[in-house]
Write a protein that binds this ligand. Structure first.
Ligand SMILES: *[C@@H]1O[C@H](CO)[C@@H](O)[C@H](O)[C@H]1NC(C)=O
Ligand SMILES: *[C@@H]1O[C@H](CO)[C@@H](O)[C@H](O)[C@H]1NC(C)=O
Ligand SMILES: *[C@@H]1O[C@H](CO)[C@@H](O)[C@H](O)[C@H]1NC(C)=O
Ligand SMILES: *[C@@H]1O[C@H](CO)[C@@H](O)[C@H](O)[C@H]1NC(C)=O
Ligand SMILES: *[C@@H]1O[C@H](CO)[C@@H](O)[C@H](O)[C@H]1NC(C)=O
Length: 499
């Protein structure tokens, strides 16, 4: 029971914990700290503080602050303007998963303008940041997650998607009305990783249903697209059921093709559990009954998830290429959140209190399939799905199935084509197959080779290339693959796209 949290929390963190959180360096000093609530008085319900390059050498202007979304709840944000044309480039909001995982992990390990250095000695400029071509806004949400939230504490905050959606809507409304109105007319995109696959569709549906001109307190900018990175849409399909597909590929000699794949005995046990797990998962998706979803999760974790053997010396569920080393084990079980990470700098890794409350209430178990259908059927919002092929927790195999099961949305699998979206670590300088891409109507799906759960962090150049094309209106040159759909993406972005 409650093993979903193991899976979900793990899925939100990956190897990011040591890189980001063991670092004492991100301690914003007094001058850099956002204003305290005492400074606020009765002014507007937000703070805004421009940051210098001391913490993050961003290569563009950057601001931090809070926005009060209610009497008790405020959300911390970090906003980086684009390195190119801030007043013309789109805005992207980035969210991590959990529930309870702060987006600063995405900032400092994946797409942000600066990256934490191993060993915790500061940050370095990220030449492949999405801020090369967009304004990027990182929001610590739900309230209680990440930096300085909930009156400095980590308790309280929403335990459900309805409330988190309202808070998020309110945040965006204040941000784009009061804090940075000059960005409100720009194309707006929402990106999420891991449990972001639940947040983002729920938030978009909530916002889209309320967007009517003149309604106060509502974010009015149309959401041009969403970008989902190794994101869970339905836990059983995105994850558990496809653990078998991912971990049980054998060659003619009975050897698992995957270095850290399951052995035949384990595969048989997992295979036996798949039909029941899948059936329970379908019930969950059909009913959206959170008790049903919780039961599905419990069964699937007991019969499938546990075989992953997540421990020091065992597997890392976000990456089938690596053994879990001491120090890289994320807070898998209850209570292990306290890794001493908060010391000295009020930042929680995954807010386990919040995570547990989401579990208790059941929203951790919800699928977001209905919301995805709503987005595809009822809105103008486009959807880009990116999946790292080495992730075990949210597999490419599973998410292909999820999106293929959205009726009328995707072409037959045969249109998957190999692409060259990046360079592999093994062959520096030479273009390699970067993954696959297919698109239909408003939905596109890209896979990244040599990438685990944090696909756009593991393949920064490929991620930047793909997302830049996706957000751009240019449909020619190196970005033409977006329209040609079935053709191979080439040539190497490094040579042909100025990032
Ligand atoms: C914003 O919230 C903080 C506590 O989170 C509170 O102290 C402050 O008074 C609030 N400011 C406004 C203007 O509502
Ligand atoms: C950390 O960075 C500072 C400033 O760049 C440098 O002086 C110091 O030697 C570094 N420390 C380590 C352990 O690398
Ligand atoms: C940060 O945490 C320390 C204790 O670890 C506490 O004294 C301080 O008030 C907190 N600051 C904020 C801004 O929450
Ligand atoms: C298969 O793997 C499981 C889990 O790692 C292990 O307990 C079992 O001994 C293995 N069986 C064989 C036949 O290798
Ligand atoms: C991991 O390292 C810590 C100290 O860094 C040590 O106390 C602990 O025993 C180690 N655990 C394992 C399983 O090796």
């Amino acid at each position: 029971m409650l093993v979903y949290s193991a899976f979900a929390v793990v899925a939100s963190l990956g190897g990011l914990v040591p890189a980001v959180l063991a670092s004492p360096v991100l301690n914003l000093d007094a001058a850099q700290r956002p204003l305290s609530s005492a400074d606020l008085g009765s002014g507007p319900p937000y703070t805004l503080r421009e940051q210098n390059d001391q913490v993050c050498d961003a290569g563009s202007r950057q601001w931090t602050g809070w926005i009060n979304v209610s009497e008790e709840k405020r959300l911390f944000y970090w906003f980086f303007e684009s390195r190119s044309a801030p007043l013309d480039d789109p805005v992207v909001v980035w969210l991590n998963g959990g529930p309870g995982g702060p987006p600063m992990m995405g900032l400092f390990s994946e797409i942000g303008p600066c990256l934490t250095v191993k060993g915790g000695n500061g940050t370095i400029r990220n030449e492949h940041s999405w801020s090369n071509f967009v304004n990027v806004l990182f929001i610590d949400q739900p309230a209680g997650v990440g930096f300085f939230s909930m009156n400095g504490g980590t308790e309280g905050g929403p335990d459900n998607l309805a409330e988190a959606s309202e808070d998020f809507d309110r945040f965006l409304s204040i941000f784009f009305t009061d804090v940075f109105p000059q960005y409100s007319h720009l194309p707006f995109h929402l990106a999420g990783e891991s449990f972001g696959g639940v947040y983002v569709p729920f938030f978009v549906k909530h916002i889209a249903q309320r967007q009517h001109p003149g309604v106060p307190g509502v974010f009015q900018t149309p959401i041009a697209s969403i970008v989902l990175v190794n994101a869970v849409v339905g836990m059983t399909s995105s994850s558990y059921v496809s653990v078998y597909d991912h971990m049980c590929k054998f060659d003619g000699h009975g050897r698992n093709k995957l270095k850290l794949g399951f052995n035949a005995t384990t595969c048989r046990a997992v295979e036996e559990a798949v039909p029941r797990c899948a059936a329970l998962g379908r019930q969950c998706v059909a009913t959206y009954n959170l008790d049903v979803c919780r039961a599905a999760d419990a069964f699937c974790d007991e019969h499938i998830g546990r075989h992953l053997d997540v421990r020091v010396g065992g597997r890392v569920p976000y990456d089938d290429r690596v053994i879990c080393e001491n120090g890289t084990l994320p807070p898998v079980r209850r209570g292990l959140a306290a890794l001493g990470l908060e010391e000295g700098w009020n930042f929680t890794s995954v807010n386990m209190d919040l995570n547990m409350r989401w579990e208790a209430r059941g929203d951790s178990f919800t699928p977001s399939t209905r919301e995805m259908r709503y987005i595809l059927d009822e809105t103008d919002t486009k959807v880009l799905v990116i999946n790292g092929n080495n992730d075990i927790s949210v597999t490419t195999e599973g998410n292909k199935r999820v999106y293929d099961d959205l009726p009328g949305r995707t072409k037959p699998r045969s249109v998957w084509k190999s692409t060259s979206t990046g360079r592999g670590p093994t062959s520096p300088g030479s273009p390699i197959r970067g993954g696959e891409f297919k698109a239909a109507d408003k939905l596109a799906f890209a896979t990244f080779d040599d990438a685990g759960h944090e696909a756009v962090g593991h393949q920064k150049e490929a991620g930047t290339f793909l997302v830049k094309c996706w957000l751009s209106t240019a449909r020619d040159g190196p970005c033409a693959f977006l329209d040609r759909r079935t053709e191979t993406i080439r040539p190497s972005p490094a040579q042909d796209v100025e990032l």
